[in-house]
Write a protein that binds this ligand. Structure first.
Ligand SMILES: N[C@@H](CCC(=O)N[C@@H](CS)C(=O)NCC(=O)O)C(=O)O
Length: 216
């Protein structure tokens, strides 16, 4: 059965791979599952047809027959459960991998996204610089804790799994900020994720959409 996801018709990140369909594409590429993409405009995302798929009017969504999903983490989890390669077979290792998926999305991502929100929505406020310092200190605290846990391991818990896929996806949001560079083992961890052939295929596919839209 055909699987279709939604993605930005024109991504505001300029093709940097940060729109959240990227992590879903990456998961598909890791497990070798073909998928189709329906591109949506910002306007279409807020219209009834898309809202029926995604109550918050966002991307990505996932459709397969009668099943419609939203939330990138839930979609990656669904893919990981359905296919070998993204979750360990051992029940305890599997539970730990799922724990890292939640940690990426619940503990790391909100802190990191806070910085983007501050820059986008509060950049003109007189207290912006002070707020940015506070937000970046919070990020550093989390990165320092994560860095301690990762140590000199390649991945967070044994072999690469869906926990790493989501954690790398989230940490990539800090690329260019300089903050990640303060933690060499985390920079290397992210680079290892980006070097995976599946990541590169997903990135190229998402970038191709941006290039086509820019030329059109
Ligand atoms: N927690 C959601 C967040 C989804 C999200 O923020 N999507 C962004 C693109 S990365 C979006 O659609 N933004 C447009 C909007 O919110 O109007 C997920 O992980 O899927």
């Amino acid at each position: 059965m055909t699987i279709t996801i939604t993605a930005f018709e024109r991504s505001p990140d300029g093709g940097k791979g940060l729109a959240r369909d990227m992590r879903v594409r990456w998961a598909f590429e890791e497990v070798g599952q073909p998928y189709e993409v329906r591109l949506v405009s910002f306007k279409a995302m807020k219209e009834p047809a898309h809202l029926a798929l995604h109550p918050f009017g966002q991307i990505p969504t996932y459709e397969e027959g009668d099943l419609a999903l939203f939330e990138s983490g839930a979609i990656v989890f669904h893919i990981a459960e359905r296919h070998a390669g993204l979750l360990p077979d051992d029940p305890n290792a599997r539970a730990r991998a799922i724990t890292w998926m939640f940690a990426a999305l619940n503990t790391m991502e909100p802190t990191i996204v806070d910085r983007e929100v501050a820059r986008l929505l509060e950049g003109d406020e007189i207290w912006y610089e002070r707020r940015l310092c506070v937000v970046e200190e919070r990020i550093r605290k989390r990165l320092s804790e994560l860095s301690d846990r990762l140590g000199d391991a390649d991945w967070l818990d044994g072999e690469f799994n869906a926990g790493d896929l989501l954690m790398v996806s989230v940490l990539l949001r800090l690329k260019g900020s300089g903050i990640l560079d303060e933690y060499p083992n985390l920079s290397a961890y992210v680079a290892r994720g980006e070097a995976r052939p599946a990541y590169k295929r997903a990135f190229d596919a998402q970038l191709a959409v941006f290039i086509t839209a820019s030329n059109g």
